[in-house]
Design a protein around this ligand. Structure first.
Ligand code: FES
Ligand code: FES
Length: 230
C-alpha cells in the first residue's frame, strides 16, 4: 500500500489498568477501550470516505501536475477531474487509472487487477461507470471525470457513501471506492428492483472480503432513498 494512502492511525488511547466492561477486559486486555470492532470500523470508514485529510492533502495541484509530466513522447491533454482542470503531458499509453493516481495523486481510485476484472478502479466518465485501468487518459480530453474524492459535496457524504457506512458494506475497504462508484452509477441505470438484479449489475466489482450481502443492502437502501428524494 502506498504510504500516502494509509488510513490514519486510531487516536492514541491511554493504557488502562482496569476496564468497566468485564467482557472487554477478558477478551482484549491489550486493546483497552479501543475494541477490535471500533478499529475495523475506522479502517472501513476511511475506505468509504476516501476524502479525508491525507488523501485530499495529497491531491496534486494543476500546476504541479503539469510540471511533473515531461516524459519523451508525451502529448498535452487536459483532464477535468472532480470539477477541476489538470493540464498534463502524458504518454499515449498511460491509463486513466495511472494518471489519476500517479499524476494527480488521487489515491482513492484503487488498482487491483489492472486488467479490467475486479472493478477496484471504477470511476465515472460523463456520468457512466468506467474501469479506469482499461482506458487511456489521453482519450478523455474534455470528458467529465468523477472519482470517489468527488462524490462528497461540501463535506457531506453522498447518499450511497452513507448507505455503505451505515450498513457495513465493507471489511478491509480496498474495493469500496470502486463499489461505491459502480453503485452510484447503477442508480441511474435500468436495473431491476430485486437483490439479484443488483448483484448482476454489480458483478464487475469483486470484494475479496465477501461483503456482498451488506453491499447489496446498502445499494438497495440508497436506491430507495434516491427515489424518495426525487
Ligand atoms: Fe481495473 Fe481491476 S484494477 S478492473
Ligand atoms: Fe475488502 Fe471488499 S471490503 S475487498
Amino acid at each position: 500500500m502506498d504510504q500516502a494512502e494509509r488510513p490514519p492511525l486510531p487516536e492514541a488511547v491511554e493504557p488502562e489498568t482496569a476496564s468497566n466492561n468485564p467482557q472487554e477486559t477478558e477478551r482484549e486486555p491489550a486493546l483497552g477501550r479501543f475494541s477490535r470492532r471500533a478499529f475495523l470500523a475506522q479502517l472501513g470508514a476511511t475506505g468509504v470516505v476516501a476524502t479525508a485529510g491525507t488523501l485530499q492533502a495529497a491531491a496534486q495541484s494543476p500546476e504541479k501536475a503539469e510540471e511533473a509530466s515531461d516524459e519523451p513522447g508525451a502529448i498535452p491533454v487536459t483532464l477535468l477531474v472532480n470539477g477541476r482542470e489538470y493540464p498534463l503531458k502524458l504518454e499515449p499509453r498511460v491509463t486513466l487509472l495511472d494518471a489519476l493516481r500517479e499524476r494527480l495523486h488521487l489515491f482513492g481510485t484503487k488498482k487491483g487487477c489492472d486488467h479490467g476484472q475486479c472493478g477496484a478502479c471504477t470511476v465515472h466518465v460523463n456520468g457512466r461507470r468506467v474501469n479506469s485501468c482499461l482506458s487511456f487518459a489521453v482519450m478523455h480530453q474534455g470528458d467529465k471525470i468523477t472519482t470517489i474524492e468527488g462524490l462528497a459535496q461540501h463535506g457531506e457524504l453522498s447518499v450511497m457513501q452513507q448507505a455503505f457506512l451505515v450498513n457495513d458494506g465493507f471489511q478491509c475497504g480496498y474495493c469500496t471506492p470502486g463499489q461505491i462508484m459502480s453503485a452510484t452509477a447503477l442508480v441511474t441505470e435500468p436495473v431491476g428492483p430485486e437483490d439479484d438484479d443488483v448483484r448482476a449489475a454489480m458483478s464487475g466489482n469483486i470484494c475479496r472480503c465477501g461483503a456482498y450481502d451488506n453491499i447489496v443492502t446498502a445499494v438497495q437502501e440508497a436506491r430507495k432513498g434516491s427515489k424518495a428524494a426525487s
